[in-house]
Design a protein around this ligand. Structure first.
Ligand code: HEC
Length: 168
């Protein structure tokens, strides 16, 4: 706390501080890799195959949705590197729990698939920078919305149970 000491610290070469900072960051990064979460990368058995309304819907789904909503996830190399691996694992677990084309009934929110795409909620935004193939043109988006409707049902159709209510 004496003034001369403070003066000395301020006079330290900047490169020295950088080296120290980088060393600390690298050590922290390596420690993160020891945390086991996010490395399981399971693809549970495919219990059911979807009867798609058309090969086009199936293809669009494979491009933009299947990694998070099927049991046929392609796990990229960076899904092994924390902390990205944690985000990938969380997305796949959450995505599958809501809508999974490889389990009977396709999950509790399959009926909302068309709506999620139409409203631009899906595919997940964070997925796009590293998956350019998942970017759909407006025409492809429209085709996927219609295809999902025909394959998994009308938007919001499962919400009231009885259906038949048009407009509110
Ligand atoms: C990178 C992973 C990822 C991709 C790719 C992805 N989803 Fe999702 N999806 C999620 C996650 C995570 C949730 C749950 C959290 C949420 O609702 O945002 C979810 C939720 C959903 C839901 C439940 C309803 C809702 O809106 O929450 C539906 C339906 C859905 N996705 C459909 C799709 C469709 C169709 C595609 C392709 C166009 C797609 N998803 C692409 C991760 C993904």
């Amino acid at each position: 706390m004496t003034p001369p000491e403070r003066h000395l610290q301020a006079a330290r070469p900047r490169s020295d501080l950088w080296a120290k900072w980088l060393g600390t960051a690298a050590a922290a990064f390596l420690l993160l890799q020891l945390i086991p979460y996010g490395r399981a990368h399971t693809n549970p058995p495919v219990q059911t195959q979807t009867t798609w309304d058309s090969p086009q819907t199936e293809q669009l789904f494979a491009r933009a949705c299947a990694d998070c909503h099927s049991n046929q996830t392609r796990w990229p190399w960076y899904s092994n590197v924390a902390p990205v691996s944690w985000l990938v694992q969380k997305h796949v677990d959450e995505g599958r729990s809501k809508f999974n084309v490889n389990v009977p009934g396709f999950g509790p929110e399959a009926g909302e698939a068309a709506e999620a795409v139409r409203e631009g909620e899906m595919p997940e935004k964070t997925y796009l920078p590293l998956h350019p193939e998942a970017r759909l043109t407006p025409e492809e988006t429209q085709a996927l919305v219609s295809g999902l409707q025909r394959t998994f049902g009308q938007e919001g159709g499962s919400e009231t149970g009885t259906g038949g209510s048009d407009g509110d």
